[in-house]
Design a protein around this ligand. Structure first.
Ligand SMILES: O=C(CO)[C@H](O)[C@H](O)COP(=O)(O)O
Ligand SMILES: [Fe+2]
Length: 230
């Protein structure tokens, strides 16, 4: 895939939305041009925070028209994968820190067996990407965390950009997603490094006009990618 063929996917993280009005929040970002809805699942064990489970994901899916990008920050992703896929996950991403070199192949296989359209793996900011090499051909997406998982509204860690470049050098052709502190000020660098999918919670839901913010982020991502290609 050449740079010009690569998508620019804007994925608002519902972690920063008004949960009391979640259906309206979904409609608001869809109308504003979102490509995916990013859903953060936390278990209070892998990360020190608790969010939502399959019933709420099902409710979001019922309200949504665009794909659900489900980010599992949980210690037992395989145990719960089917429940999240039944609830409507389109992309299901688990963490390398949970499965490691010994368990990742089996986890990918088990999650693939659920019939989910896309299987992803995520790496924390301090996790290298080289150990992912044996699994690159069996992954649809790699989510590079640009904050330590657990909370929205944290500051972008720019050092992770080298891992996006490294994954492209290693020949990964699938989607690369960045999550954490992605905003108008940081998105161009993410795109220039080789990112396709951009998760943003506080930058989108914290803005006055979600449509204008997403449009501006898309423009800056395209510009960043083009600058990198010159
Ligand atoms: O996975 C996450 C946190 O663990 C969230 O997706 C992420 O933090 C998005 O929020 P923000 O854009 O505000 O950083
Ligand atoms: Fe996330």
């Amino acid at each position: 895939m050449t740079d010009s063929d690569r998508p620019i996917l804007i994925a608002p993280s519902l972690l920063s939305c008004d949960f009391a009005r979640i259906g309206e929040e979904v409609a608001r970002v869809e109308a504003g041009g979102a490509d995916w809805l990013h859903v953060d699942v936390m278990d209070g064990h892998f990360v020190p925070n608790l969010t939502i489970g399959p019933p709420i994901v099902k409710a979001i899916h019922a309200a949504a028209r665009i794909p659900l990008d489900v980010h599992l920050m949980i210690s037992e992703p395989v145990r719960y994968a089917e429940a999240f896929v039944d609830a409507g996950a389109h992309v299901l991403t688990f963490h390398w820190e949970v499965t490691g070199a010994a368990g990742t192949g089996a986890a990918i296989e088990a999650i693939r067996a659920t019939g989910v359209p896309a299987v992803g793996i995520s790496v924390n900011p301090d996790t290298p990407v080289e150990p992912l090499e044996p699994f690159l051909d069996s992954l649809d997406l790699i989510l590079v965390m640009s904050v330590f998982p657990g909370f929205g509204g944290q500051k972008f860690i720019p050092e992770v950009l080298t891992k996006v470049r490294r994954l492209r050098e290693m020949g990964f052709e699938g989607l690369i997603e960045m999550d954490g502190g992605v905003a108008p000020a940081t998105i161009a660098d993410c795109a220039a490094a080789g990112t396709d999918a951009f998760v943003a919670g506080s930058a989108i839901f914290g803005s006055e006009d979600v449509a204008a913010t997403m449009k501006e982020m898309r423009r800056l991502a395209a510009e960043g990618r083009q600058t990198a290609a010159i």
